[in-house]
Structures are given as C-alpha cells and as structure tokens.
Design a protein around this ligand. Structure first.
Ligand SMILES: Cc1ncc(COP(=O)(O)O)c(C=O)c1O
Length: 335
C-alpha cells in the first residue's frame, strides 16, 4: 500500500464499531471490569503491554486508533500521544537522559526544545551541547563517554538546514547512542526517520496531522528497542491526550496526503515569487534548487511541506510593519 492509501485506512476497525468508519470518541476515565477475574486479566494484559483499555489515562479505542495509524505510517513499533508537540520533545528526551549524561542537540532546534534542554534538563544534571546541524559524520568528534542522546531536527526551525540523518545515525548506532528526531516539518509522508536509522520519531501533530489550527497534540513513534524506556517515561509522567483532540488529529490524518501535496506546490510557488522580490535577501526552503540543503532534501525526502523562511534586506521598521499589516490572507501568528 502506498503512504497516501495508508493515511486514509490505517488504524480503522469498522468491525469493532458496528461498521462505523471512524472510531467513536471515547470520553473515559474509569473503565469498569465486569468481575474480579476480568479486572485481574486486564491488569495482567496491561503488565504485558497489550493495547486494551484499562483506565482512561492509559488509552482508549480512540487513542489506539490514531497510535496504530501513526505507527503504520512511521514504520514503527509503537506510538504515544501527548498533549502538545513540546511535551513529545520533552518526554522523549527525559526517557533517555539521566543524571550525569550529555546530550547533543542541533543549534537549529525548535526554540522551546532548546530551552527545555538548557533549563529543565540542566536541573537534573544533564548537559546539552548544541552542534552545527550540517556536521554530518563530524558528529563523531563531539561525542563524549557520557553522551546518551543525539537529537536531530531536519530541516531546522527558522533556518531550515537539512541534516545528514543517515550519517549521524550510523555513528550513533556504532557507539550505542540513542537518536531522536523532530519530524514535524516533513511528517512521515515525506520523511521516515526510523527508516534512516533514527530510534524515536517526534511530531508536533498540532501542525500537519491536525491540519486545521484547532487542536494541540504531540506524537512519539519508536522502534521496538526504544519502546520500554519511552513507555516508562510516558506513563510515569502521567502523559495522555484529550479524546476530542485525538479524534481531530485522526480526522486530519485522513486528508493529510492530499493537503501536503498542495502545501508543497503552493509553498514552492510562493517561495520562488518571494525570492524574486528586490527587498528579499534570501529564501530558506530546501525544495528550491539553489538552497544549500537541496541535495540532501532530494536524496532523503519524498516531498516538502509548506513552511519556509524569508530573510529580508535591511529595511525601516515602518516599511516592514506596513508590509505585515497590509497582508490580507496571511495571518500574524505561530503555527
Ligand atoms: C518543529 C517543532 N517542534 C515542536 C513544536 C511544538 O509543538 P506544540 O506547539 O504542539 O507544542 C513546534 C511548534 O511550533 C515545532 O515547529
């Protein structure tokens, strides 16, 4: 099955819901067992990591459906859903960092992830070093005996450097380090971190999976080997996602392949037009042939989403404000 077909069908089990195409939204905290024997069986299943329902925080058929769909698209063993993309970045890091450990984070990482690493992880005795996202195999020189995690994000936030994920992961694997990658920009439709050697794939599903600016959601999909540690951090930190938001994400996923194609086309058209304007110094978009990351993008990615950067030539603030305030279709906001 092609990915766009999987995006429509994965995780659907109409036979479990009287034929309804989409799994219903389960609002649940308490989930009752009919007898002591059933209660004990559910607890035993739980200990064995079976995906049944036992207590709301630990998942419902609504969450299982989206987890299954995303695991299928990412080619991963299991997926967990969190209340935001940033929660997904933080829990993934916490699952593998420990006191005295060193983690490597790209300099182009999403700002709040950087703050998480420099403030929160530091309080727990974890040291973060920020590396040049273009380092590739040169990452070997930055490793220390206590390096536990190499974090990646590609393209980088705001500056859009494309990382040589394969080169970094090969070295990490040889040296026994865990790799995790923020894959929000490409989504598993356009880049598959696990197939490139990454152990944990992270997404702010708030963006392209949800797709309609109406819910917050984070996702981490892992290999079988990385699952036990992620599972333990996820459950011990009491993470879970709200049922309506999970439903919206699942609904968004069904059209994601179609939407992303249009994002790609429109983004490139806009980027090319903007690049030709006299006020523009540089457009940062790896799908443009002149972009420094274009070669790697072409080698590794199956497409581009719609997010890119623009660097203007020096300009008066009043002129810049007039430009922004004069936009009719583009809003001023974070997404
Ligand atoms: C690359 C990237 N990672 C993570 C996040 C965080 O996601 P959320 O806003 O859902 O916490 C964002 C949000 O902008 C992002 O762009």
């Amino acid at each position: 099955m092609r990915d766009d077909t999987k995006a429509v069908h994965a995780g659907r089990h109409p036979e479990s819901f009287e034929g309804a195409v989409n799994p219903p939204v389960f609002h649940a905290s308490t989930i009752l067992a009919g007898s002591l024997a059933e209660w004990e069986r559910k607890k035993a299943d739980r200990a064995m990591d079976a995906p049944g329902t036992y207590y709301g925080r630990l998942g419902t058929p609504t969450t299982r459906a989206l987890e299954e769909a995303l695991s299928t698209l990412e080619g991963g063993h299991r997926t967990v859903l969190l209340p935001s993309g940033l929660a997904a970045c933080g829990v993934a890091l916490l699952a593998f960092a420990e006191p005295g450990a060193h983690v490597l984070v790209p300099d182009s990482v999403y700002g709040p992830t950087r703050i998480f690493a420099t403030r929160f992880l530091k309080r727990f005795g974890v040291e973060a070093t920020f590396y040049d996202p273009l380092v590739a195999a040169g990452i070997a020189e930055l490793l220390r005996p206590n390096t536990k995690v190499i974090y990646l994000e590609s393209p980088g936030s705001l500056t859009f450097e494309v990382q040589d994920v394969r080169a970094v992961c090969e070295i990490a694997r040889r040296r026994g380090m865990v790799t995790m990658m923020d894959n929000t920009w490409a989504t598993p439709l356009y880049f598959k971190p696990l197939a490139h050697g990454v152990d944990l794939s992270i997404q702010a599903a708030t963006k392209y999976v949800v797709g309609h600016s109406d819910a917050m959601l984070g996702v981490v999909t892992v290999t079988k080997e990385a699952w036990p540690k992620l599972r333990s951090a996820y459950f011990e930190l009491g993470q879970c996602a709200a049922p309506d938001d999970v439903y919206l994400a699942q609904r968004g996923l069904r059209t994601m392949a179609v939407r992303l194609k249009r994002h790609w086309q429109t983004g490139v058209r806009l980027a090319e037009w903007i690049a030709a304007q006299p006020e523009v110094e540089r457009v940062l978009h790896p799908a443009l042939p002149g972009d420094p990351g274009h070669g790697l993008w072409k080698r590794d990615f199956a497409g581009a989403s719609g997010l890119f950067g623009v660097q203007l030539k020096p300009v008066q603030r009043t002129a810049f404000a007039a430009f922004v305030d004069g936009l009719e279709l583009f809003g001023l906001g974070a997404s």
